[in-house]
Design a binder for this molecule. Structure first.
Ligand code: AMP
Ligand code: ZN
Length: 468
């Protein structure tokens, strides 16, 4: 199986052939830093993490850019309402975002350009578009992209341009536009913007959201690059507009492969700030779930399928991780100090199948299926003395190193016991004492665990240990 991806641009699954052999340049639309990221946003960043990790596992030298949208309508409104400068308002959300990525073991991008640091590149691009007849300044001072000037407009979203003809009702705010589909490249300053403004040849103002991504992707990845990702809600108009701006500016194809992830939903609706149906990662952690469990949950549904978020899903993630922890412990016991030998036949076959599934447009369900076949087979071999210590060491390394370069779920979080058998036995005894209403013994064991540095947390799914 060669590595292949479903390309939204062509609506086909295509072999991945990068511009430069062995390298992959990737741009991923980053967060708008006006609030905490919610699990839906994080689902998209998790899919991108799987993409990056799998490419790296297959030997590609990946260069990944993720922007931070720190100037747009929402960030400006937020800063105004908070009475803060744009920088002071967005900084804590940037920090919180990086903390979330770390908790979820998402590999950092190579660069995180912030829109506010790249206005010069945006202004340069807008100037070039005006020069080539693709943009115009309207009476209100704002600059718009003229979609009529780009016959290919709509090729990504498969939008019929006929639906965007003049005469269609034009939004009040944007009455100066020549045509309804024209979109802002530069927004002239208004009172609402306060002191958020930059000088430009078209007067003071600020960039539109779409030009931010065109300018930053081109600056770091060149006029044409390999992969552009985002959630499916960004496909139109954001990504369509990026293509129009970039291709009209450089005269070159913009992106070779477009990959879009489906939404994370809650009770049938997209998780979003405006629906008010969202959870942030810290909210979930406060309920006693771990970053590793959330990672597993977000990772384990194919990126093009909607992921329905439920607490049962988190419980299932916890159970799956316990099975992996359990096998790792058994393998460690069997391996002792032995040097890893050759992989047993069943394990190399499962490794092969795992990789082939991910090569097929990141088929994670298939890959995890093969992983758990491996777990079952390895447990059976251990039950029947079918694995000598060097073989056990090799299977352990397969799980904790090789496959974990892609999955990053084998190492327990510091807040988990890591399956420490002694601690778990103590917890078990404490729970039994409680069930038998032997409060004195239960308290004694709880205090003993506390002396060892672990707090007992009782929740709807039983008790667990959390590091103090
Ligand atoms: P934003 O912070 O709104 O700019 O969004 C950051 C990323 O999250 C974008 O790629 C969006 O497409 C994506 N996104 C937003 N809501 C969801 C959701 N419910 N499920 C999956 N991805 C989402
Ligand atoms: Zn973008």
């Amino acid at each position: 199986m060669t590595l292949q991806f479903r390309n939204t641009l062509t609506r086909r699954t295509e072999p991945f052939v990068p511009l430069a052999p062995g390298r992959a340049g990737i741009y991923t639309c980053g967060p708008t830093v006006y609030d905490h990221a919610h699990l839906g946003n994080l689902r998209t960043f998790m899919f991108e993490d799987l993409l990056v990790r799998h490419l790296a596992w297959r030997g590609f030298d990946v260069f990944r850019v993720m922007n931070l949208t720190d100037v747009d309508d929402k960030t400006i409104r937020g800063a105004r309402e908070a009475g803060l400068s744009l920088d002071a308002f967005t900084r804590p959300f940037k920090d919180a975002f990086f903390a979330d990525l770390e908790t979820l073991r998402i590999r950092p991008a190579d660069v995180y350009p912030a829109a506010t640091d790249h206005t010069e590149a945006m202004i340069g691009m807008i100037g070039a578009l005006i020069e080539r007849g693709h943009a115009y300044q309207a009476g209100d001072g704002s600059v718009y992209f003229r979609i009529e000037s780009f016959p290919e407009y709509g090729k990504l979203a498969r939008i019929d341009r006929a639906g965007l003809k003049p005469g269609a009702r034009v939004d009040q705010d944007e009455y100066e536009k020549e045509q309804v589909g024209d979109f802002a490249l530069w927004k002239a300053w208004t009172e609402k913007d306060g002191d958020v403004a930059w000088d430009s040849p078209w007067g003071r103002g600020r960039p539109g959201w779409h030009i931010e991504c065109s300018a930053m992707s081109t600056q770091y990845l060149g006029p044409t690059f390999d992969i552009h990702c985002g959630g499916v809600d960004n496909l139109f108009p954001h990504h369509e507009d990026e293509i129009a701006q970039s291709e009209c500016c450089t005269g070159k194809p913009f992106v070779r492969y477009w990959l879009h992830s489906a939404h994370l939903i809650v009770e049938g609706r997209k998780m979003s700030k405006s629906e008010g149906n969202f959870f942030t990662l810290p909210q979930i952690l406060d309920q006693g779930w771990t970053g590793r469990e959330v990672r597993y949950l977000l990772l384990s549904t194919h990126y093009r399928q909607q992921l329905n978020f439920t607490f049962d899903g988190l419980k299932a993630a916890r159970t799956s991780l316990h099975r992996l922890d359990e096998l790792r412990r058994r393998l460690e016991d069997r391996a002792g100090d032995a040097e890893p030998g050759g992989l047993p036949g069943f394990a190399s076959a499962r490794r092969e199948a795992f990789g082939a599934a991910l090569d097929d447009d990141l088929n994670i369900s298939g890959a995890l299926g093969h992983l758990f076949d491996l777990v079952r087979e390895a447990n059976t071999a251990l039950d029947h003395d079918g694995m000598d210590p060097p073989a056990a060491a090799a299977v352990r390394d397969l799980l904790t190193e090789d496959l974990d370069h892609v999955l990053a779920v084998m190492e327990p979080d510091p807040s988990e016991t890591g399956g420490d058998a002694d601690l778990e036995a103590l917890l078990e005894r404490r729970n039994r004492a409680r069930a038998e209403r032997n409060w004195a013994e239960a308290d004694r064991l709880r205090d003993h665990l506390a002396d060892l540095g672990w707090k007992v947390q009782d929740g709807p799914d039983g008790s667990r240990l959390v590091k103090i």
